[in-house]
Design a protein around this ligand. Structure first.
Ligand SMILES: *Cc1c(COP(=O)(O)O)cnc(C)c1O
Length: 436
């Protein structure tokens, strides 16, 4: 079966004249002009093939082959995707009055219990594939507000030709999240930054454009890397295959990488009715979608800390993909504060028996509000981005009991840890990188 596919090339959101291959976009992370890579053209989903697949890795290969064919042979694609995406991706219908037609797409069954495992594990293997082919080395630099770092550390640990340095805001991730970041892994170093997530992100961006650091071969694994977005299209396709056409997806959002994955799938032809971007008190995007003339704001700390982003990096991609009117008709924004998040965890548990983590609870509350006013109709799929056991303090506060802890999480407390504290400056990071 040789379809007339043309693998997309990649252009920066800022200067569209420079065109690179997928492997270059993947290994560079940020474009040289500071922009983000976007595919062009976007390959169309085959009308029927994805509806007939049996397993998630089958679906991954069916959907991604047209994106990868020119650079990765089919056999390697199949092996790499099967290895990366070897965990269940269940669609769980909620049972209870008021929740008819609402399902939860559980994206937390990977090794670090968040949806970030999809992107990180797939990226790590693709990067390893290309680096070995080119006989090159890379240092992956990651700013994380919680889940990216652990997913990247786990996904990349022990991969040949790759070192990882991860930055997280000290004291602003949960104890479980921190544990996942600082357990020792081969080739991985963790930095606790005395600042906010936005400080971490700014430090990373500064390092990327610093000529003195060029020799280190720095690359990103944040949601700014296009390599994370391709696998983040897959579970939208998987859910539509099971729920039927015309689904509304609700996406608990921070940097908007998860949502951008869905939008790419929609642009590729996936029959989606609309998207809901569910944010916490960091509400730049909902306000933008509501037509307000807003700018980015400093991030504020919330219970759903992996979404504490004041300046969502993928906004630049969404703006480059579509004009404002199209964005506003395709996506609805909702902002849910911490009180409502706690209340949502409690209400959903009372009404359906389901235990949602604080990020998923933001999504469920957004859907509840929109259903109440008739602004969304079933079927609705809420992306569950993290396992509740990552946030035992919050679940205990909301429900009065601790969530069940999966074995792979419990095992972390027996492992050695290593972490270095750093002030929130680009110079401090530079000194650390040059000293290593
Ligand atoms: C990263 C993350 C999000 C936000 O995803 P974005 O792609 O940054 O919008 C939501 N929930 C959890 C649990 C996360 O780890």
């Amino acid at each position: 079966m040789l379809a007339p596919f043309s693998t997309p090339t990649y252009r920066s959101t800022r200067d569209a004249s420079a065109v690179v291959s997928f492997s270059d976009a993947l290994l560079q992370g940020l474009a040289p002009d500071g922009g983000l890579y976007l595919p062009s053209p976007i390959p169309r989903l085959d009308e029927t093939a994805w509806r007939d697949v049996r397993t998630f890795p089958d679906l991954a290969f069916t959907v991604l082959a047209p994106w990868l064919d020119e650079e990765v042979d089919s056999e390697s694609q199949i092996a790499l995707l099967a290895d990366a995406l070897s965990f269940p991706v269940p669609v769980v219908p909620l049972q209870g009055a008021g929740w008819e037609g609402v399902s939860v797409l559980e994206l937390f069954h990977g090794p670090t219990l968040s949806f970030k495992d999809f992107g990180a594990r797939t990226m790590a293997r693709l990067m390893g594939y290309f680096l070995q082919e080119r006989d090159e080395r890379l240092t992956i630099l990651v700013a994380t507000s919680g889940d990216t770092g652990s997913a990247v550390a786990d996904g990349f640990a022990g991969q040949p030709n790759i070192d990882v340095v991860l930055l997280y805001p000290k004291g602003q991730v949960s104890p479980v999240q921190e544990r996942q970041l600082i357990v020792q892994r081969p080739g991985v170093r963790a930095l606790a930054v005395e600042g906010t997530f936005d400080d971490c992100q700014r430090m990373v961006k500064a390092a990327f454009v610093d000529p003195e650091l060029r020799a280190l071969g720095l690359s990103s694994a944040n949601s700014i890397n296009i390599g994370r977005l391709l696998p983040q299209m897959l579970y939208y396709v998987w859910a539509v295959r099971q729920t039927g056409d015309g689904v509304t997806f609700c996406v608990p959002s921070g940097n908007l990488g998860n949502l951008t994955g869905g939008v790419l799938a929609w642009l590729a032809g996936l029959p989606v009715r609309q998207f809901v971007a569910a944010h916490n008190a960091n509400d730049f995007f909902p306000r933008y979608l509501a037509g307000e003339a807003v700018g980015f704001a400093p991030s504020v700390q919330t219970l759903s800390n992996a979404m504490d982003v004041g300046a969502p990096s993928n906004f630049e991609r969404l703006e480059a993909l579509m004009d404002a009117d199209t964005l506003r008709s395709l996506i609805r924004g909702v902002s849910v504060d911490d009180d409502a998040t706690l209340h949502s965890i409690r209400r959903v548990h009372e009404e359906t028996g389901y235990v949602a983590d604080p990020h998923t609870a933001v999504g469920l509350e957004a859907v509840r509000r929109l259903k109440e006013t008739g602004a969304v109709q079933a079927p609705v799929v809420v992306l569950s981005t993290a396992h509740p056991a990552k946030f035992p303090e919050i679940i205990e506060k909301a429900l009065g009991f601790d969530p069940e802890v999966p074995g792979r999480l419990a095992a972390l407390w027996n492992r050695e840890t290593a972490v270095t504290t750093l002030p929130p400056t680009a110079d401090a990071l530079k000194a650390f990188l040059l000293a290593a």
